[in-house]
Design a protein around this ligand. Structure first.
Ligand code: ZN
Ligand code: ZN
Length: 50
C-alpha cells in the first residue's frame, strides 16, 4: 500500500477520518489514531468554528 499523496512512499496506515493510505510524512497521530494532513486541517477548521 502506497501513500495517497506520495506514490513512491510506503504508507504506514490509513487516515481514520477519510480512509486514505498515508505515509509517515502525511500522518499525524492524535490520541493513538492516524489522520492525514487534509483531515487535520478540516478538524482545526471545525474546532475553530465551535
Ligand atoms: Zn484524512
Ligand atoms: Zn505521504
Amino acid at each position: 500500500m502506497k501513500c495517497h499523496n506520495h506514490p513512491k512512499k510506503e504508507a504506514i496506515g490509513t487516515c481514520v477520518s477519510c480512509g486514505k493510505a498515508i505515509c509517515e510524512d502525511c500522518a499525524t497521530e492524535i490520541k493513538g489514531k492516524l489522520y492525514c494532513k487534509t483531515c487535520i486541517a478540516e478538524k482545526l477548521k471545525t474546532t475553530e468554528k465551535n
